[in-house]
Design a protein around this ligand. Sequence first.
Ligand SMILES: Nc1ncnc2c1ncn2[C@@H]1O[C@H](COP(=O)(O)OP(=O)(O)OP(=O)(O)O)[C@@H](O)[C@H]1O
Length: 357
Amino acid sequence: MTPAIEATDLRRTYVEGSGRGTGRGSGGFEAVRGISFAVPRGEIFALLGTNGAGKTSTVELLEGLAVPSAGTARVLGHDPYRERSAVRPRIGIMLQEGGFPSDLTVAETIRMWAGCTSGARPVGEALAATGLAGRERVRIKQLSGGERRRLDLALALLGRPEVLFLDEPTTGLDAEGRRDTWNLVRQLRDGGTTVLLTTHYLEEVEALADRLAIMHRGEIVLSGTPAEVTAARPARIRFTLPEGVLAAQLPLRLRAAETDGHVEIRTRDLQEDLAVLLAWAGEGGIRLDGLDARSASLEEAFLDIASRDGSSGGGLPGDVLTGDARSGDAPAGGVPAGKVQTHDTTARTDRQEADAR
Ligand SMILES: Nc1ncnc2c1ncn2[C@@H]1O[C@H](COP(=O)(O)OP(=O)(O)OP(=O)(O)O)[C@@H](O)[C@H]1O
């Protein structure tokens, strides 16, 4: 089955004089450098990356808001830029900033968008789903930052989209609002909606994403399920040795780094190494203060990438990469039903104008 979203060797170059970006050569600045991935229907796929990695530049190509300088973008089997009329009614877009008229009320704003959307959900349903029930009469300018994000989401959902693009959907939300949004996104996925999510919250990715890709300097440098990405990283055991006991006295298989008695062991077999350590400590009557053993987290994988400044994205340590980071292929899932919604594309006009072609 055709994937819901497919990027093949996708590239995006910004031309000179567009006012953003660094390191441009005479041919402009290449913000997206030949990335490929596919998102099967009914999956939540998270695109992560350091600041300026190229996430938004990529997502805009998939949303049909800009044309690639090379490679292909496909959404529901169509070119989202050239076949916009076929794609747009079937997708929902939540931008980083909605840019609504500030004097309209919440209800007026939703009704306005519903008027442009075929098969729109009832206003009350969109409000209830996003926790805005009771705020219908409030003007946009009086909403809190978190409430505006909820309204952005309500508008993106209005047309029952088959594919939903969420650009940092929980920025500005409190902990409860974030959980509510996660639950809603899961419900949508369970109903067959495909979700492409960009976020800076790694716990959001761990909670939501079926698969993820991490971008750095325009390339995908790591991809897989959250479990695959973290399983490829070593676990850590930390503790403090009592005075007079040296890390060099640890069993040979526990190679450790020691600073002032603080010991860190990195291991690919946490259970076995922990058992050996505890047996050694038990036999010697040695107390391991502050003992802390934990599996690798997504955060560690991410920080590893972020710290690789000056890299072109390739050449990460072998233990970081999960398979072929650039293939991103995956089986297709079930076909959802749905309709359109997109709102405020004006926020991106400067980028579109800056595109190489
Ligand atoms: N209109 C533009 N003209 C020139 N360069 C641009 C333009 N828009 C973005 N860039 C550059 O392209 C690179 C990728 O930017 P992009 O906004 O896609 O990154 P991002 O991963 O979404 O970043 P963030 O997490 O900070 O939002 C950055 O170096 C940025 O400065």
